[in-house]
Ligand binder design. Structure first.
Ligand SMILES: N[C@@H](CCC(=O)N[C@@H](CS)C(=O)NCC(=O)O)C(=O)O
Length: 199
């Protein structure tokens, strides 16, 4: 039995629900209130964060570790490319997203409330560089590793979605058509509709 402590709009929790739905795996979703977390989340996650996966009595946290665990448990259909080198590349994309793209989106989205004035000032140029990296990777293929969706796509798209929805609109996005098409193709998948379904 898989139990997921989740929060509907959390991009990290979206990674995990999307992975489960892509694989057609049944799970029990517990929608947390981040202002009033369940005692179980507080007891079982060292930082009391979502997502948290409980598999029988096993506890797994950190979204990209959870998705890898799900892939290891349920390898079919796979969400990893075939070769060890490409699998390493998917992890590098995830690392890049966690270390660079996600913080840059935060610096733009939350501004001076949460980030230093230097980070806020540099965010637009850094985001352009990030989007250029994605745009090049997506220039002649629908997903980061060719025709199939992989964990690299699943780990990154929730943050591009956040950027697209940020106010004020990040106008340079209009120059990145391959990124926009990629995002559209992911959010139009049935798995994403299920991922965002209200309970
Ligand atoms: N690195 C973690 C980040 C998880 C995270 O930051 N979750 C946020 C919601 S999007 C959270 O639970 N915040 C509540 C808190 O920090 O108290 C992961 O990948 O799972």
């Amino acid at each position: 039995m898989l139990v997921l402590h989740s929060y509907r709009r959390c991009p990290f929790a979206i990674r995990v629900r999307m992975t489960l739905h892509e694989k057609g795996i049944d799970f029990h979703n517990i929608e947390e209130s981040l202002k009033d977390k369940s005692p179980e989340l507080i007891a079982k996650h060292p930082e009391a964060k979502v997502p948290l996966l409980i598999h029988d009595d096993r506890i797994i946290y950190e979204s990209d570790i959870i998705t890898q665990y799900i892939e290891d448990l349920f390898p079919t259909p796979t969400l990893l490319p075939a070769t060890p080198y490409e699998r390493a590349q998917t992890r590098l994309w995830t690392h890049w997203c966690n270390q660079q793209f996600k913080p840059h989106v935060d610096h733009y989205k939350y501004g001076a409330h949460r980030s230093s004035s230097k980070d806020v000032q540099q965010a637009p140029a850094r985001l352009r560089a990030d989007l250029t990296k994605l745009e090049i990777a997506l220039a002649d293929q629908p997903f980061l590793f060719g025709p199939q969706l992989t964990l690299a796509d699943i780990h990154i798209f929730p943050f591009l979605r956040q950027l697209v929805k940020a106010t004020p609109y990040f106008a340079p996005l209009d120059d990145f058509q391959a990124c926009q098409k990629w995002l559209e193709s992911i959010i139009s998948r049935p798995s994403f509709k299920k991922t965002m379904q209200k309970q």
